[in-house]
Design a protein around this ligand. Structure first.
Ligand code: M6R
Length: 612
């Protein structure tokens, strides 16, 4: 949830650290801080501020200089966002500085222990406990002190440590929170996200759990906490700087919505076999045993959170209808603490844009503990979930910076469709049906493009409804999860209460809410249950509800029973969510902009939720 960055080299690093923090600000943005040390005159400076990184920047003047430094942007877990609780934290004797992403779960007992040794604390954070625990273990070797302290810690961490007594090195370590080392020339970096270092280097080493790195200007030594020296692979960051810039759009979210024709294409690239009427996913076919387990599974659990959970629900509809495998979709946070029945023929699919979501990761571990084969669907290359799963498929949607997930959702639906088609073709799906689906996939990007061209209509509707207090989103079949996703988007960025429901379920309760002040959004495309949805629309109109319909081009009937209509092109049933969600993303975006909210950094949220 937080972002950390570090530098050791010969140049002044203040600008690099601040820019590096800005690149990960979407991970947490309630306070930020920077510590820098200048070797030539042993000058050290700590600057922190509450609020966004722009606030921190205001506190940084020309006196803040250094060629070694660590920095942090925070999403509060322990203690409110204030100056004292902000990172970097410093040990009691003022010699050790620490930035930390994660949670120290046993911090209360560690605090008691430290108090017995005479330590006192200025903040409410678990991180201040850790920095003092390192001081307690310090006997002249910072690497040893960090290792010993970490062996006492329960919880998660991605940390960067600097000691005034050994200013020629930084120590980085990880357990459950992402961390990588950037390799430079006579300078090296650490960061929680490659976006922080990509401007300086494309060469990175991804750290794994229980690893520690000793970073100097000239070298990086990787070890386990048990002191075994590791030989690590240097990998190349899979995106470019332009991918993480707004490129002229007002917000990352808008850029990412408009990128969808391209990201949908990228998610399918090299994976469509039109001539054979099927698809192929290298990440699965390269692991034949794992893939066989999926094809022959008697039960699939899909675990995920938030938007990824919504795409999982669509996956359930697809896999059951076409691949004929029973599927259960679980919130990862529930799955991890119940006792799901895992038989030898159960396969678990974990879906995560970031690949770092703590609940999803814990669900994966639980599934593996119970002997399940686990397959990942992730966007972030090299992420923890992509490494923890037995095999997987990347979305290739490029970095998603907007906190409200958009392009990852459509790519998740694409990947789930690709998996479904391949499995189904090995079972009952005919060449003709497979061919038709692959053809539909091919034209999907241009259909998405045509919806985006119509964004002004949606903007106008957004203006009319920006002061509504509640919204109801209704859909059926493949578009019930889209109703949930539309409602989530609106809640997240415009703070308007919204609920998604299966349209027919409305009469079992939510219908009581309907009056002339309640906008109801219907996904009413011309599919097999269109007539049923029309009946539901009439039920709302009979109670003076205001109906906004997402409907198919050429459907004139719907105009007569709706107050506002957004027309979109048709596609095959299992792909329709890729198109129906786009107007809902735009509607949420334009309403939030109308209300003058910070769309990319909605209150209380963080992009990747690496805490429980
Ligand atoms: O990175 P993940 O896909 O695992 O994240 C899951 C949720 O935290 C995420 O989808 C969240 O709900 C988004 N803010 C939705 O816009």
């Amino acid at each position: 949830m937080c972002g950390i960055v570090g530098y050791i080299g010969k140049k002044d690093c203040v600008r690099f650290l601040v820019d590096g923090l800005k690149r990960v600000e979407y991970r947490g943005y309630d306070s930020a801080g920077i510590f820098v040390y200048r070797e030539k005159d042993k000058r050290s400076t700590l600057v922190k501020n509450v609020g966004k990184i722009a606030e921190l920047e205001k506190s940084i003047d020309s006196s803040v200089v250094g060629n070694i430094g660590i920095a942090h942007t925070r999403w509060a877990t322990h203690g409110e966002p204030n100056h004292d609780n902000s990172h970097p934290h410093v040990s009691n004797n003022g010699s050790i500085y620490l930035v930390h992403n994660g949670i120290i779960e046993n911090y209360t007992s560690l605090k008691k222990k430290l108090e017995k040794h005479g330590f006192s604390f200025y903040s409410e954070t678990d991180t201040e406990i850790l920095v003092n625990l390192i001081q307690l273990h310090y006997t002249g070797d910072i690497e040893k002190a960090v290792k010993e302290a970490l062996l006492e810690v329960k919880g998660t961490y991605g940390i960067g440590v600097f000691s005034l007594n050994e200013p020629d090195k930084l120590i980085a370590a990880r357990l459950g929170s992402p961390l990588l080392i950037g390799i430079g020339k006579n300078e090296n970096y650490f960061a929680s996200d490659p976006a922080s270092v990509v401007k300086k280097t494309a060469e990175v080493v991804y750290m794994q759990d229980r690893e520690i790195a000793v970073i100097t200007k000239e070298s990086v030594v990787h070890k386990t906490l048990d002191d075994e020296v590791l030989k690590k692979n240097i990998e190349t960051i899979a995106f470019e700087l332009s991918d993480i810039e707004k490129s002229g759009y007002d917000h990352f979210m808008l850029k990412e919505i408009f990128e969808q024709p391209k990201t949908i294409t990228d998610s399918m690239r090299g994976r469509l076999l039109l001539e054979e009427g099927t698809t192929k996913l290298g990440g699965l076919s390269e692991h034949p045993e794992i893939y066989r387990a999926l094809i022959n599974a008697e039960k699939i659990y899909i675990v995920a959170c938030g938007t990824s959970w919504h795409s999982a629900l669509i996956g359930e509809y697809m896999l059951e209808e076409y691949a004929k495998i029973p599927v259960e979709v679980e919130y990862a946070s529930e799955f991890r603490y119940r006792d799901p029945i895992i038989t030898p023929k159960t396969v678990v699919i974990a879906i995560s844009q970031s690949g770092e979501t703590a609940d999803t990761l814990a669900a994966i571990k639980e599934a593996k503990r119970k002997g399940a084969v686990v397959i990942g669907i992730c966007n972030v290359v090299g992420s923890t979930i992509s490494k923890e799963t037995d095999a997987g498929v990347y979305l290739h949607a490029g970095p998603e910076i907007g906190v409200a997930s958009t392009k990852a959702f459509t790519s998740q639906v694409i990947v789930l469709a690709l998996i479904t088609i391949d499995i189904a073709r090995r079972k009952n799906l005919s060449f003709r049906q497979g061919y038709k689906m692959v053809k539909e996939l091919k034209i999907l990007p241009s259909l998405a493009e045509s919806i985006l061209e119509n964004s002004n209509t949606i903007k106008e509707i957004a203006k009319k409804f920006s002061s509504a207090r509640n919204f109801l989103y209704l859909g059926r079949g493949y578009n019930f999860p889209v109703a949930l996703e539309g409602a989530l988007k609106l809640k997240e960025i415009s703070y308007i209460h919204a609920e998604g429901y299966p349209a027919a379920e409305m009469k079992h309760g939510p219908i009581a809410l309907i009056d002339e002040n309640m906008p109801v959004i219907f996904i009413a495309i011309k599919d097999t249950i269109y007539d049923k949805v029309v009946t539901n629309i009439k039920e709302v109109k009979a109670r003076n509800g205001v109906v906004i319909s997402i409907a198919s081009y050429g459907d004139d009937e719907i105009d007569k029973i709706s107050d506002y209509v957004i027309k979109i092109p048709d596609t095959t049933n299992l792909l329709s969510p890729v198109l129906t969600v786009i107007p809902l993303q735009l509607l949420a975006y334009y309403i939030a902009v109308e209300k003058r909210f910070n769309v990319d950094m909605p209150r209380n949220l963080a992009k990747s939720v690496t805490v429980e």
